[in-house]
Design a protein around this ligand. Structure first.
Ligand code: ADP
Ligand code: MG
Length: 323
């Protein structure tokens, strides 16, 4: 099928129609009308087969996840999603694959009224790049450099499920444990967009946990020139994860494994009541795991207040493989 037919059939036909997309797929550029007085929040993420998802991931899950990880970045800023661009590199003209990929993409796009308004289609090893744009009121955003000494550190949902799901997909878990919830968390992360918007009233500082808590909270404390104290016993774990690990949770995997896409945010103690109200309203656990303190680095302590030191600190694509 010629490239333009593929574009018409699978990308153009599926696009939502937002009134602020004046010209969508089909011309040399899209033409967009941002709402008066709003600023744009823009982000892009690439997913490479075998690096960002196991090779056995379904096309539908890849379509869903490629958009979800981008929307998660908008969530971490408190932005309202609007537009997406998709650069797709495909090894061959597999229409069935593209159709399933777009079904997954569209599930989320529909849920958040995101319009696909352009992109590029090329041939090569499977890779997906998505760029999304959202709206924010002037300077009303959740930034990494806005944590303050004395703030409490919160996490949405639970951590570690996706890392365990990944082990399952890579067949590193005995077959009697099917772990469907963890696999779902790996392949279908939920971008915490409603939470990000709600946090604008109570917080100035958030990040989405894509590379593990240690790495991502590390970005916050570095940018905010402070340190963090984390109580491991408070880190929220799902029932499935607890059941699998029993009394011996794999802490490095839980706090340094990636792909959770929960939000880590800081709040002044006087705003903690509002955090619990947001938690009830969104029916989403928001758990305090520690405090922003003076100094440097992240200090994890166990139930006896003894510091536990972790050497590995999240996924780094350019890390020296020998180190
Ligand atoms: P050009 O050669 O002028 O860059 P293309 O043939 O690459 O144009 O694309 C034609 C139209 O199809 C453009 O509007 C482009 O944004 C859109 N498009 C191409 N690939 C994709 C894709 N994977 N997803 C969404 N839109 C796409
Ligand atoms: Mg092009």
């Amino acid at each position: 099928m010629p490239e333009f037919e593929l574009i018409d059939r699978y990308f153009k036909s599926r696009a939502r129609s937002r009134p602020d997309v004046l010209l969508g797929i089909g011309d040399d550029c899209a033409v967009l009308q941002p709402p008066a007085g709003m600023q744009l929040a823009v982000t892009m993420d690439t997913l490479v087969a075998g690096v960002h998802f196991p090779l056995n991931t379904s096309a539908q899950d890849i379509g869903y996840k490629s958009l979800a990880v981008n929307l998660s970045d908008l969530a971490a800023m408190g932005a309202q999603p609007a537009w997406a661009m998709l650069a797709l590199t495909l090894p061959d003209e597999n229409e069935t694959w593209v159709d399933a990929f777009m079904q997954g993409f569209d599930e989320l796009a529909r849920q958040y009224q995101v319009q696909l308004m352009g992109g590029d289609t090329t041939r090569g090893p499977l890779s997906i790049t998505i760029q999304v744009t959202g709206f924010v009121e002037p300077e009303r955003v959740l930034r990494r450099d806005a944590a303050k000494m004395g703030d409490r550190i919160y996490i949405s949902g639970t951590l570690g499920d996706a890392a365990l799901g990944l082990k399952k997909c890579l067949q590193k878990i005995p077959p009697q444990f099917s772990l469907p919830y963890c696999v779902q968390r790996l392949n279908r992360p939920i971008p915490r967009l409603e939470l990000g918007r709600a946090l604008l009233d109570v917080s100035h500082c958030a990040i989405d946990v894509s590379d593990g808590l240690l790495a991502d909270l590390g970005h916050i404390i570095k940018a905010s020139h402070c340190a963090a104290r984390i109580e491991l016993v408070r880190v929220p774990l799902s029932d499935d994860l607890k059941k699998y690990y029993g009394s011996n949770p794999d802490w490095p995997a839980i706090i340094a494994g990636g792909d959770d896409y929960e939000l880590c945010f800081t709040v002044a103690p006087e705003n903690e009541k509002c955090v619990q109200a947001i938690s009830r309203e969104l029916n989403l656990a928001l758990t305090c795991v520690g405090d922003v303190v003076a100094g440097e680095g992240i200090h994890c302590v166990d139930q006896h207040n003894k510091e536990i030191v972790f050497t590995q600190c999240g996924y780094n694509h350019f890390a020296n493989p020998a180190s």
